[in-house]
Design a protein around this ligand. Structure first.
Ligand code: GUN
Length: 284
């Protein structure tokens, strides 16, 4: 039976450290500030945004939410981003994805000042991460690495397999595992003999958005299994991309859903916002 990688507990530890730093900010000096923009009524996105706001309040950050209607134009959205770029109270700007179809997310992300791009989604920040010279790491992959490190799971020299190749998780996750000296394979919907590939994994990270897709027969005995999925099962209950009940019997470590990677993602966002704040304060 696997050890559970507890993202809630690990997050709490990191958030307490962030809060300690915020508590040391002198009277009269501003606190770190995060602006979150959400467009439209997607219920899941609204839940994520609410949790980001709660995370900010917990550590003493200023948080501002901009909830814009579905029919917001690209010009209006970009104009808000530009206003926030020059807002001295704001260190991080996050535009919740996905955006409604009529909006071009690349254009919107590129409008964010790279020093405030706490998602690390802009070309500038993606490029910096690729060469290993960065201020921010993308929140979900960074949260996975922090969770591994918190449980002293050494990545160097291990076979790591990432299933999924999204720009938000799969690709940057592969890069971070590579930077930690793993031997990395990225599998995806066109991968042949997927089971043969995943059974080679000492560390398996799953980010495909398919409920309980990874079953015990796809996992090597003693593997570390990280589930980035947030899905619903046949009864509408929250679950991950991994069939937790069967895989936990075979893995050495496993993340639950909820309570695994999810809380870590928001914690990394708070870390990035604090980093941006320190840069902005020191530049003044
Ligand atoms: N939608 C799903 N995950 C994320 C994320 O990490 N950042 C943003 N901005 N949108 C998301």
């Amino acid at each position: 039976m696997a050890v559970i990688l507890d993202g809630k507990l690990t997050s709490q530890k990191v958030r307490e450290e962030i809060k300690k730093e915020v508590d040391l900010i002198k009277e009269g000096v501003r606190r770190p500030g995060l602006a979150v923009i959400i467009v439209g009524d997607d219920p899941a996105s609204h839940v994520y945004v609410r949790n980001k706001k709660k995370g900010c309040e917990e550590v003493g950050f200023v948080s501002r939410e901009y909830a814009l209607p579905e029919n917001t134009s690209e010009e209006e959205l970009i104009s808000l981003v530009k206003t926030l770029n020059s807002d001295e109270e704001i260190d991080g700007i996050l535009v919740q994805l996905p955006l409604p179809r009529h909006l071009d997310d690349k254009k919107v992300i590129e409008a964010i000042d790279p020093s405030k791009d706490v998602d690390a989604f802009s070309y500038h920040n993606v490029g910096r991460i690729t060469v290993g010279d960065y201020d921010f790491l993308p929140c979900t992959p960074a949260g996975v690495m922090e969770l591994l490190s918190n449980y002293n799971i050494d990545v160097a020299g291990k076979n790591a397999v990432v299933i999924g190749r999204s720009n938000i998780v799969g690709k940057p996750q592969a890069l971070l595992l590579l930077q930690a000296n793993a031997t990395v394979t990225v599998a995806h919907s066109r991968t042949q003999n997927l089971k043969e590939v995943t059974r080679q994994a000492d560390i398996l990270v799953v980010a495909i958005g398919k409920a309980k897709f990874v079953t015990a027969d796809m996992v090597k005995e003693g593997a570390v299994v990280i589930d980035v999925g947030m899905d619903r099962d046949e009864n509408g209950k929250l679950c991950g991309d991994v069939d937790f009940e069967s895989v936990k019997e075979k893995a050495s470590y496993i993340t639950p859903v909820p309570g695994g990677v999810g809380p870590m993602t928001i914690t990394e966002l708070l870390k990035n916002t604090l980093t941006a704040y320190k840069r902005h304060i020191n530049e003044k």
